[in-house]
Design a protein around this ligand. Sequence first.
Ligand SMILES: O=C(O)CCC(=O)C(=O)O
Ligand SMILES: [Fe+2]
Length: 358
Amino acid sequence: MSIFKRSIAKAQKVYGKIFPAPVLTDFHYQTMPWIDKKDPDIDGFVRSFPKAPHLPYDLAEKLKSWRNDGFVILENVISQELLDAYLADVQELIERHKEFDISIRIDRPEYQRHPVMKIKEVPREIIEGQYIKIMDFHNASVAGKKLMLHNAIVSFLQAVFQEKVVAMQSLTFLYGSQQETHQDFPYVVPQVPSHLAAAWIALEDVRPGSGELHYYVGSHKIRKFNWGNGIFFNGESTKNPTDFGRYLVAECERMGLEKKTLLINKGDVLIWHAALAHGGEPILDGELTRKSYVCHYSSAQGYYRHRHDLVNEPVRHSYNNADVFADPNLPQYENSFKRGEAVEESAPTVPAGQKNAL
Ligand SMILES: O=C(O)CCC(=O)C(=O)O
Ligand SMILES: [Fe+2]
């Protein structure tokens, strides 16, 4: 570095000490979804929301628990046929993995230096083992897109954001993640950070001991963690994910929030708030898979550029009036797994609890 550049850097550092930039302690109130603001009129909104009477769940009841608890479970909303089409696509990807540049994340010590790899570079026994996330397979899989933009999910999120829904990314798990307790918003940051939610789609019935997802009821309202440089995790943060996990567990326990584990069935979906504290339980029985598909969402205002291409207008794919962007880096694979094309994405139309009443 030249003497000139060094002096500038030093002056900036001194300036930063005298006039520190304000550290963000929460989302900007103005940007927050209506339902997170003071006194939202949920019944009034549902009366005016044309889709509400056609959904396979009681939207007003779900929006109220979303506001209070930070999550909802939609039971029996996705057809087995669509789930099986996606599972078959995943199986085919694994069998033909040597042909694909699709990314997977491997959280095993041997891969610590390069946790994100192309699936073709990873041995099959690693791909089919624990600590693996298949990344953004919805780009290649039509069934993956239809699941991600399923009417039951995007209608609920459209109500939460009062806006068109845009899916951001997906992760496919064969085993429990065993991830520490965390909130997603410090890591998954759309252009409007408070416009974020996630769905956990059960690809099989969840069995106890398989490393179930856990979450703290109402934890979306706790005071936000300070990473040393505000509420997002990035290169300037002085705290790490383990500090974050410790803070969240201590804060949830101090507030007396209930910890739950997720034991839902194939076809059910958990949708959670950007700030719900959650993680993966240890796997107690290594024989048990826990196949699941996790998608993150924002709104049209909140996510208008693909995170891997902030310059160009994204290529959009739409279902149920919601969008997902094509992968700007791997156009050759887009929708090349076509099983989902033949599947009608219709959901069971009767709420699970009312089936016998008809
Ligand atoms: O499914 C899990 O165990 C955790 C997934 C998760 O936290 C995420 O994808 O945000
Ligand atoms: Fe998460």
